[in-house]
Design a protein around this ligand. Structure first.
Ligand SMILES: NC(=O)c1ccc[n+]([C@@H]2O[C@H](COP(=O)([O-])OP(=O)(O)OC[C@H]3O[C@@H](n4cnc5c(N)ncnc54)[C@H](OP(=O)(O)O)[C@@H]3O)[C@@H](O)[C@H]2O)c1
Length: 344
């Protein structure tokens, strides 16, 4: 059984990673189609050892396509995902356009795989925000063991989370600083080279940013609506890999050793936690990896049943493309999707 898969946003950071991961994991494809805007029509992208010519989304007919992985931003998704879903093609969307829709499941396969069955309502499945995806992978096994009451998280998010323009801006500004050239600010709100910016997405009325709100809403939707969470989201001059300093308050007692043992066995998690120089993960080492890495696990005696830890993952993989491909795999494993065209 194999599926016709369309990758929308195939020229972008997430789309390119999507093509890599579909190939690396041997997802059963009969055909892969690369789509983007008309600007990129005719350009080439790699899929394993093959080269695909990019087609324009607005000229493509989805009626014989089985799965569409969408990573072209919220506005494109709002316009196209419902139309594509109505053509009987299941959309796995990376944007925030449908994440909070009660008729659209928001899925991290290690956390809430059973919620996927809801997808038939709109033929759309949402992928969470990159910061939330890695966080819930680490929180889920601990929540099962000791019930999380409250989480305080500060993120250190790489520029690739802001698309290819974000990566270009860090590169260009860094070079400009070195050659004493003028540093232009376009994509971010302040200079990102040799700086950090405590502002991701738009400000809300309560003073939090939309990125911070997303972490609250998505953790509640996927893990447990009773969990209280507060976040500070910060952009840092790292190309790939989001890091998070996480403080957790549990209902039941849990030691750092117990948490370490639980996380070692947990799906998608990798513990790297030695109390010595370099005995922890940094975003540089997480780039290109699938795992959510957990380091610096320690008890926090300032609250009852408190733990602190450091969580790092490749935002383009677990935070986006890998999670989307895992969702597609889940559809296939559970027999929730059949190819429209039967193999000859
Ligand atoms: N980066 C992350 O860590 C991350 C994590 C989770 C979710 N996401 C989400 O994934 C999406 C893409 O992010 P990204 O980082 O890959 O951005 P990106 O590098 O800027 O790429 C954007 C992609 O969207 C395509 N696109 C733009 N307008 C289009 C249109 N009108 N019709 C068809 N295609 C269009 C672009 O094609 P052209 O080349 O033709 O312009 C490009 O392929 C966003 O919704 C983002 O929020 C990103």
């Amino acid at each position: 059984m194999s599926f016709k898969v369309a990758v929308v946003g195939a020229t972008g950071n997430v789309g390119r990673e999507m093509l890599n991961i579909l190939d690396e994991r041997g997802f059963p494809v009969s055909e892969v189609v690369a789509l983007a805007s008309r600007r990129s029509q005719g350009t080439e992208v790699s899929f394993g050892d093959r080269t695909l010519k990019v087609k324009a989304l607005d000229q493509y007919d989805f009626s014989d396509t089985d799965i569409c992985v969408m990573s072209a931003g919220g506005n494109v998704s709002k316009e196209w995902s419902p139309k594509i879903g109505k053509q009987g093609c299941v959309v796995i969307d990376n944007s925030s356009a449908f994440r909070y829709d009660q008729d659209v499941p928001l899925i991290v396969p290690e956390v809430n795989p059973d919620a996927i069955s809801l997808f038939t309502r709109k033929n759309i499945i949402a992928n969470p925000n990159c910061s939330t995806a890695q966080l819930v992978v680490a929180l889920k096994p601990l929540h099962d063991a000791a019930t999380i009451k409250r989480v305080v998280v500060a993120t250190y998010q790489s520029v690739s989370g802001a698309g290819k323009e974000g990566m270009d801006e860090l590169f260009t500004q860094t070079r400009a600083v070195f050659v004493a050239d003028q540093v232009d600010v376009k994509k971010f709100t302040k200079r990102i080279a040799f700086n950090v910016i405590p502002h991701i997405d738009v400000f809300l009325d309560d003073g939090f940013t939309k990125e911070e709100w997303k972490m609250v809403a998505e953790t509640k939707k996927m893990l447990d609506p009773k969990i209280k969470l507060t976040a500070t989201c910060v952009r840092v001059p790292v190309f790939i890999g989001h890091s998070e300093a996480v403080n957790i308050e549990f209902e039941k007692p849990i030691t750092a050793d117990e948490a370490r043992d639980i996380l070692r066995e947990a799906p998608g998690c990798q513990v790297l936690d030695k109390r010595e120089n370099g005995g922890y993960i940094t975003p540089l080492e997480s780039a290109g990896e699938d795992a959510t890495f957990i380091s610096r696990i320690r008890e926090d005696s300032t609250v009852d049943n408190g733990l602190s830890m450091w969580v790092v993952s490749d935002n383009l993989r677990k935070g986006a493309a890998l999670n989307a491909v895992q969702i597609a795999e889940l559809l296939v494993e559970r027999g929730l999707i059949q190819p429209k065209k039967k193999a000859a």
